[in-house]
Design a binder for this molecule. Structure first.
Ligand code: PPE
Length: 306
């Protein structure tokens, strides 16, 4: 049996079933063509119990992804929100990662997907630091990928489409095999886009810059960090970043549900700042962690208690 983290029950098409019974047929349409959409969500332990971070925003993005991809989800947003909470509570998980996926069944062969059933599953499992235990405190070593991010008219970049992640996985695999921790992908025009599963920020001369939306996923952590930085009075500009601007940044970091707020300590062998976590990155990381742990009242609307 796999040693990957797991739990007891998975919500599938409206019912909670045993983890080992949550299977699909080999002719499931999404397995062949990647037409499906998903979400990654985290739930954290707080003083007032476990709380899901920005659940409603993740569910809204799931429905937006489905709309973009042309899939009609056979549940309401409220039903998905409730099912997410139930999946966490039935598995008695205090802290976990939630993977919701909308996929197409095995009712038709070939590219015509119109007759396939739309299926939904929600799984949750304990998941620690995404990029390794030391990543959050010491930073990671990254490489600009030889693969580019999608043009918005090739893959819809606002949708978390399953098949789009072939591009991310090729970039990640290339980076890992070359001895790096993660990849940064440039957009089709040559500007910095994002990590394989993270948005990216740099700090230069006390100001924060992050790539604009067209070629990237509209990250919920990205949005949270922009709000936190504004609230701290730090300027954030959404602007094109060139590869060499990464090299001369004072600080750089990734944001994502899985990666949380991970400092970048080197890019393509160039040390960034102090080769660890920079002071502004540290301040933002602390504030972000306090927000999801329910320690800051101003961000309490981001938490959905189980
Ligand atoms: N860009 C990409 C390409 C991406 O996949 C993610 C999330 C982000 C940016 C950040 O988005 P957000 O989580 O809303 O802040 N990547 C998810 C999947 C990771 C995986 O290994 O699978 C995640 O972080 O859950």
């Amino acid at each position: 049996m796999s040693s990957a983290p797991r739990s007891d029950k998975i919500w599938m098409d409206g019912e909670l079933i045993d983890w080992d019974k949550a299977n699909v047929h080999v002719l499931t349409h999404t397995l062949h063509y990647g037409v499906g959409v998903f979400e990654g969500i985290r739930c954290y332990k707080t003083k007032k119990g476990s709380a899901i971070f920005r659940l409603e925003d993740h569910t809204k993005r799931l429905f937006d992804s489905a709309k973009i991809t042309g899939i009609e989800i056979p549940f309401t947003m409220d039903q998905i929100n409730e099912a997410t909470k139930n999946t966490i509570s039935v598995n008695k998980l205090e802290e976990c990662y939630v993977r919701t996926i909308v996929f197409l069944g095995d009712e038709s062969r070939g590219l015509n997907a119109l007759n396939c059933n739309v299926r939904v599953s929600i799984a949750a499992w304990p998941w620690g630091a995404y990029l390794g235990d030391e990543a959050l405190s010491k930073g990671i070593n990254v490489k600009v990928s030889s693969f580019n991010r999608h043009h918005p008219n090739v893959f819809m970049t606002k949708s978390k489409t399953c098949g789009a992640y072939v591009n991310s996985i090729m970039a990640k695999t290339e980076a890992l095999k070359a001895g790096y921790d993660e990849a940064i992908l440039l957009d089709p025009y040559g500007y910095v886009a994002e990590g394989s599963g993270e948005n990216i920020f740099i700090v230069r001369n006390g100001k924060i810059k992050t790539p604009p939306l067209p070629s990237i996923l509209e990250g919920i952590t990205r949005d949270s960090v922009i709000r936190i930085a504004h609230d701290m009075g730090i300027e954030v500009t959404e602007t094109n970043l060139s590869r060499d601007e990464l090299y001369i940044a004072d600080e750089a970091f990734f944001t994502g549900t899985a990666a949380e707020l991970t400092p970048i300590r080197a890019v393509d062998g160039r040390i960034i700042g102090n080769n660890g976590i920079g002071p502004i990155t540290k301040k933002l990381q602390t504030a972000y962690f306090e927000a999801f742990r329910g320690e800051t009242d101003v961000y309490s609307e981001w938490l959905s208690y189980i």
